[in-house]
Design a protein around this ligand. Structure first.
Ligand SMILES: Nc1ncnc2c1ncn2[C@@H]1O[C@H](COP(=O)(O)OP(=O)(O)OP(=O)(O)O)[C@@H](O)[C@H]1O
Ligand SMILES: [Mg+2]
Length: 322
């Protein structure tokens, strides 16, 4: 098996009540039949508009949510099977978007970072814990003497470093980074980005890197998956995706990304309409109501997800095959 993680036809539907008397029951299809893989030490990017289901995928992989259907394999083990011996926290950890709400304000840094070391019996004595936490703080660029401080005594960037130290404590193989830099100042973003890159090398980490900022994803990830309304509509190597985006939605996303070079002229594709809700059931391609290239077929038949170039998968009727 060459992949660390494989998600197969993963679905998560949330029941919601609608109407004045809240009598109408409907299903919000937050994740709707998603399959992807993450190789050992590979960083896979996950992009798409707000509400398309990125965080829900992360929470499913962490088993914080039960899937409606589908499976997630970590190497050969289905993480949702009761019989598995996997201790997921030792394999997969998360770095949250908001470094302010993700750290318990009542705990010291020693407790926050060292909690899992005690729980998983990686250290036995208080002294061992202090030593391990001090080393972790140094790894993420913080002074080990900060160990007794509380989260409010740190800046946003420093708190994110603490969040990273906590995620690293058990030496996981996969880190889910859910918008890890988007709430930080631009200058701090670069520092945290570089720290994660260095740690990825040093600890051979695989990442599921969720972000809105396509440029950051491009720099961090070898492969990128693009989501729209609970589905992955395109997946490819970063080079292939950014040089030749095949799905009209990806083309629109990339056209909206500012480029640093003033000599490069880009025509921005403005999508019509709003993101529809994944409660509504469509016939055809879920993107067709907003698609600037749609043909009559698009409103009738759901396009299949196919490999149209080497390693470049897309679901769109308008893209010719290999
Ligand atoms: N516990 C829940 N109950 C009901 N609906 C939910 C729940 N969690 C998420 N959703 C809905 O599922 C959809 C996907 O949410 P999700 O948080 O995964 O999106 P996202 O892509 O991470 O968005 P953002 O970029 O804003 O973080 C949204 O419509 C959201 O309202
Ligand atoms: Mg999210």
């Amino acid at each position: 098996m060459k992949n660390l993680l494989e998600a197969k036809n993963l679905r998560k539907y949330f029941p919601i009540e609608r109407g004045f008397w809240r009598k109408t029951k409907a299903m919000l299809k937050a994740v709707d039949g998603v399959s992807f893989s993450i190789g050992f030490k590979e960083a896979l990017g996950l992009v798409g508009e707000s509400g398309c289901g990125k965080t829900t995928i992360g929470r499913l992989i962490l088993k914080l949510l039960e899937p409606t259907s589908g499976a997630v394999f970590l190497e050969n083990e289905d993480i949702f099977k009761k019989t598995t011996n996997l201790n997921l926290a030792e394999e997969i950890q998360i770095i949250f978007q908001d470094p302010f709400s993700s750290l318990n304000p009542r705990l010291t840094i020693e407790e926050i970072v060292g909690e899992s070391l005690i729980f998983h019996k990686r250290v036995r004595t208080r002294q061992e814990k202090r030593k391990a936490v001090g080393e972790l703080l140094q790894k993420v660029g913080l002074n080990s003497s900060f160990i007794g401080r509380y989260p409010h005594q740190f800046s946003g960037g420093e708190r994110q470093r603490i969040g990273i130290a906590r995620a690293l404590a058990l030496r996981p193989r996969l880190i889910i980074a859910d918008e890890p830099v988007s709430s930080l100042d631009v200058s701090i973003q670069a520092q945290i980005f570089n720290l994660m890159k260095d740690l990825q090398e040093e600890y051979n980490l695989a990442f599921l890197f969720i972000a809105h900022n396509l440029e950051i994803v491009r720099l961090f990830c070898k492969r990128v998956a693009v989501m729209y309304l609970g589905k992955i509509v395109e997946i490819a190597s970063s080079d292939s995706l950014f040089q030749e985006p095949l799905h009209p939605y990806t083309q629109a996303l990339i056209s909206a990304t500012p480029v640093a070079d003033p000599t490069v002229k880009k025509k921005r594709i403005v999508l019509k309409g709003e993101v529809s809700h994944s409660i509504e059931s469509f016939s055809g391609c879920p993107f067709h109501p907003r698609c600037f290239k749609a043909i009559p077929l698009c409103s009738k038949v759901i396009p299949s997800f196919e490999e149209k170039r080497d390693g470049h998968w897309v679901s769109c009727h308008l893209v010719n095959g290999k």
